[in-house]
Design a protein around this ligand. Structure first.
Ligand code: CP
Ligand code: NVA
Length: 309
């Protein structure tokens, strides 16, 4: 595996499949001292519930330690340059998990840190979310090939990583986004390259009804991501007609799953009550963040703890 995980495209199909297998094993329990002596720093510029707690609990359950550093404590790029933060932090800890506004900040951290850097969400990608999503899909459906994921809504960080990971493992991907909010051409092209090897197909649908036809999974995310709060009103208008509700789910396959990374905004991207629909697996999906973080940390952190040699 590469030193850092900044994008889904840092992983091969084989590595993703191994991580899913390993996470399924982790979910059964055991391996309590696998990361004994290892410390992970969590450097976050934005709020988090799932990502922060699942990484901290993953370290704890595997016998390691974690340190959470909030935006005000470090002042990444304000109190001191991002490169210097990376050079200092990596002298103390075995790995850095970072949630940043700009993907470029992650690249600078990775370039200046000998310790691995994991993307805990940036403006471009959310690879740890996508890996846990694949785990959830595999757990529920027992396979990847022959499945179709329909993504409805903003072509954002979550959509980018989901598209890339689906194309890597052979899942067909169908997208419906309002004009101007589509997944960028560069990400589509990367997805097409993966699809050429895996056999996936990417389809751009004109509207949500068309997108969910034959879908095994319907996925959506917030209309305004963290950092886009000032655009919220404009986005609410642009995305009207893109709300996922029970009727839309009924247009897909009978055994369709509904997925969302959370936090959700009922009344915007989903209808009120949808999280509790029998077809919703969102809380299993959230739990799987923990099992996937354990599999990922076991693979990406160095085998010798800092200070042991
Ligand atoms: N899905 C997700 O990343 O949630 P948090 O923002 O709470 O970490
Ligand atoms: N797209 C959302 C995902 C939150 C987990 C955001 O970036 O805020």
């Amino acid at each position: 595996m590469k030193k850092d995980l900044l994008s889904v495209s840092d992983l091969s199909r084989n590595e993703v499949e191994q991580l899913v297998e390993q996470a399924l094993q982790m979910k059964k329990g055991g391996t309590p001292s696998l990361l004994s002596g290892r410390t992970l720093a969590l450097l976050f510029e934005k709020p988090s519930l799932r990502t922060r707690v699942s990484f901290q609990m993953a370290m704890h359950q595997l016998g390691g330690h974690s340190i959470y550093l909030s935006p005000d404590e470090v002042g990444l790029g304000k109190r001191e340059p991002v490169a210097d933060v990376a050079r200092v932090l990596s002298r103390y800890v075995d790995g850095i998990t970072a949630r940043t506004f700009s993907h470029e900040t992650l690249r600078i951290l990775a370039d200046h840190s000998p310790a691995p850097v994991i993307n805990a969400l940036s403006d471009q990608e959310h690879p740890c979310q996508a890996l846990a999503d694949l785990l959830t899909i595999y757990e529920k459906k027992g396979r990847f090939s022959g499945l179709t994921v329909a993504y409805i809504g903003d072509g954002n960080n979550v959509a980018n990583s989901l598209l890339l990971s689906a194309c890597l493992v052979g899942i067909d991907f169908c997208l419906a986004s309002p004009p101007g909010y589509d997944v960028k051409e560069q990400v589509l092209n990367q997805g097409r390259q993966f699809a050429a090897f895996s056999g996936s197909r990417i389809r751009l649908a004109g509207n949500p009804n068309e997108a969910v036809k034959d879908a095994d999974v319907i996925y959506t995310d917030v209309w305004s991501s963290m950092g886009q709060e000032t655009e919220a009103e404009k986005r609410r208008l642009a995305f009207s007609g893109y709300q996922v509700d029970g009727e839309l789910l009924s247009r897909a396959k009978r055994d369709v799953l509904f997925m969302h990374p959370l936090p959700a905004h009922p009344g915007e991207e989903i209808s009120p009550g949808l999280l509790d629909d029998p077809r919703s697996v969102v809380f299993d999906q959230a739990e799987n963040r923990l099992h996937m973080q354990k599999a990922l940390l076991a693979r990406i952190l160095p085998s010798n703890p800092k200070g042991s040699d």
